[in-house]
Ligand binder design. Structure first.
Ligand SMILES: *Cc1c(COP(=O)(O)O)cnc(C)c1O
Length: 405
């Protein structure tokens, strides 16, 4: 008889988005004419850049003729894309990353989840709290989390690092030994960033104790502040302790098209093994490469025309974020994030819980947000708003919030 992976049975239900949907449906049933504004979505809404679309069309035509047809591509991704990435995302920032340290994939979520394949089950995992849930659940599925405790909403073997206004949204170095540390900057859900100095402390810590940092840079293109690194490899020493995940989803509108990449430096060695070679082996065995058409589309982001068009979409979201931040502040709220990120992390009014504030915005302003508590216990007391919607909706939402008083 087949035995299932019993770790799946320990996973708590994905309560957050189903509960938001339930409360929203209940409100809509009671107020069928209500004009709901959705500010909870973590998905882009602007179309793909014209240069990307044209490149994808040309790639489809390549597949239509015997002379230009492509079958299986390299598991690591095509050289044309890896070399463009090495040049524009790294060399142009003074960082040396070789094309053969770059692995193209169908997105960062898969890579963040799959990277665990090359690590043993007994590693101690550290995550920020609040956190992007994929890091936690993927490790729980692999058996690295132990049992889930409903009361504390925590896994017994995971080390949680509170990341709140009290510590400036920079987690303190753990007091117990940890082996694998997940960091995300610009952060989902808080919209805050880690500066060069803050990241340097983490890199030094990891190199000292042999830990590995999983650095999620999915929102890299939103960075405007000069002291915030776009890549962890801008920080000296990172090449011997960090793996970096990148995604074209939020930065270039690829949430539906699907493409991202992971960097595993050759200098990253643990237990005598090259993590780059292990990841290469893992990908060659379990992955047959991202689509040729999509990789051609991603390559177009690195043309001057494509880069300019992608930056226009980012500027649109950035202006929304600013409008939301200023609107909330004008209404008397304390907000974080929004500057280097499409996320606005809003403190609830004095003493009000995340869900209570969510309900208030839903019932009194018909605005849907995401309760911070859904991202971890330390997210209690905040809600997340996103800048990924339409400008007009952001404007109307802020008018309603102002009217609420
Ligand atoms: C959206 C997101 C990703 C990207 O996932 P894709 O699979 O590339 O779409 C990765 N990390 C974080 C923190 C995200 O919010």
């Amino acid at each position: 008889m087949a035995h299932v992976n019993e770790n799946y049975g320990k996973l708590p239900g994905s309560y957050l988005f189903s509960e938001i949907a339930r409360r929203t449906a209940a409100f809509a049933a009671k107020h069928p004419d209500a004009d709901l504004i959705r500010m909870g979505i973590g998905d882009v809404t602007r179309p793909l850049a014209p240069a990307v679309i044209e490149a994808m069309h040309r790639a489809v035509d390549d597949l239509a003729a015997a002379e230009t047809f492509r079958g299986y591509g390299p598991e690591q991704g095509y050289a044309f894309l890896r070399e463009a990435i090495a040049q524009d995302d790294f060399a142009a920032r003074g960082v040396s990353v070789d094309a053969d340290e770059i692995f193209i994939s169908d997105g960062a979520k898969s890579d963040c989840g799959n990277i665990g394949d090359i690590f043993s089950v007994d590693n101690v995992i550290a995550v920020c709290d609040p956190v992007y849930p994929v890091y936690v659940d993927a490790n729980a599925m692999a058996g690295r989390a132990g049992d889930y405790d409903e009361a504390s909403q925590r896994w017994e073997n995971i080390v949680y690092m509170p990341t709140t206004a009290e510590n400036g949204f920079c987690p303190a170095l753990p007091e117990v030994p940890v082996d694998i540390i997940y960091l995300c900057s610009p952060n989902n859900p808080t919209g805050t960033v880690l500066t060069r100095d803050q990241l340097q402390a983490w890199v030094d810590y990891a190199n000292e104790c042999g830990a590995v940092i999983m650095f999620d840079a999915a929102y890299e293109r939103f960075i405007v502040d000069a002291d915030v690194p776009h890549s962890i490899y801008e920080v000296p020493g990172a090449e011997t302790c960090a793996i970096e995940f990148r995604s074209f989803s939020k930065t270039a509108g690829f949430t539906g098209a699907r493409c991202g990449y992971t960097v595993v430096p050759r200098a990253l060695v643990r237990g005598g093994a090259s993590l780059r070679d292990m990841w290469n082996r893992r990908q060659c065995t379990k992955f047959n490469g991202a689509s040729y058409v999509i990789q051609r589309g991603a390559e177009a982001i690195y043309t001057p025309e494509g880069a300019h068009q992608v930056d226009e979409a980012i500027a649109y979201y950035r202006a929304n974020a600013r409008l939301i931040k200023e609107g909330l502040e004008a209404a008397g709220y304390t907000v974080y994030g929004a500057v280097n990120s499409p996320y606005i992390w809003c403190k609830t009014p004095e003493g009000m819980g995340s869900w209570e504030f969510f309900d208030r915005l839903l019932n009194e302003a018909a605005i849907i947000t995401t309760p911070g508590a859904g991202f971890g216990p330390a997210g209690e007391g905040y809600v997340r708003l996103t800048a990924f919607g339409e400008r007009a909706d952001a404007e109307r939402a802020m008018e309603r919030i102002r009217a609420l008083g």
